[in-house]
Write a protein that binds this ligand. Structure first.
Ligand SMILES: [Zn+2]
Length: 245
């Protein structure tokens, strides 16, 4: 009898590097995109309001409101999508677990067939399947991995995903807002743009590292994503300010 705690993590340690990179890369990538969203969205909002040249307190208020509402909506969206996804996976797992219980023979044959398709000789595939079917937990983990492509130990945490999106978005949204606490007018606009470009470059480099793409392209794209919407909202804010709406 092998218990949960002393059962060796055979499946997980089979390819430790792959598993590690996959999981960590996913979280890091989500955080980088959260920062990028906060930066792009609050940069546009702040420069849009600043374009009408109001008192700096108005820009601060708009920037703070944008930061908080954006972070909450990001977190809620992330939480919901993770929640739905992990519920679906849990449902599929339950179906698989029931099937393992009700028709173990058929499930063993199914597993043996999978290993045969991967190139193992029928007798060996059969032996491997037999061995993996012995412990119910290992059996479920194996079927989940081979048939559903998931690791039942790592369905992901909706709360953790939501929380990290909240902070990532807030971090990005804070960048263009900071200057408005220390200066005003054109100086604050210029400082927001300069900080925004610096942050966009950093995000671009991190995106390139997370996706394995070229960094120059990622940086240019990120800077454009940040500056173009901000330029548009600034122009709109400026026109609205002049018209005195
Ligand atoms: Zn199965």
């Amino acid at each position: 009898m092998v218990t949960r705690s002393d059962r060796p993590r055979r499946l997980r340690t089979a390819h430790p590097d792959y598993e590690h990179r996959d999981v960590q890369g996913g979280a890091a990538r989500a955080a980088v995109f959260g920062v990028s969203d906060g930066l792009v969205s609050n940069m546009g909002l702040i420069l849009g309001v600043a374009g009408a040249d109001p008192a700096p307190a108005v820009v601060r208020l708009a920037g703070l409101a944008g930061l908080v509402s954006g972070a909450i909506s990001m977190a809620a969206g992330e939480y919901n999508s993770m929640r739905v996804q992990s519920e679906l996976l849990r449902y599929e797992l339950a179906v698989e677990a029931r099937s393992l219980e009700r028709r173990p023979e058929a499930e063993r044959d199914e597993l043996a067939h999978i290993y045969e398709m991967r190139g193992l000789r029928p007798q060996i595939a059969r032996k491997v399947a037999d061995a993996l079917m012995r412990d119910p937990e290992t059996a479920l983990e194996t079927h989940a991995r081979e048939e559903l492509g998931i690791d039942p130990q790592q369905l992901g945490s909706p709360l953790a995903a939501g929380t990290s999106s909240f902070f990532a978005f807030s971090l990005g949204g804070l960048v263009p807002l900071v200057p408005w606490f220390v200066t005003r007018g054109m100086a604050a606009v210029v400082a927001s743009v300069v900080l925004g470009i610096a942050a966009a470059c950093t995000v671009g480099v991190l995106v390139a590292r997370a996706t394995g793409g070229g960094w120059l392209r990622a940086v240019v794209r990120q800077v454009l994503f940040t500056l173009v919407p901000a330029a548009v909202t600034y122009a709109v804010g400026n026109l609205v300010g002049i018209a005195g709406v």
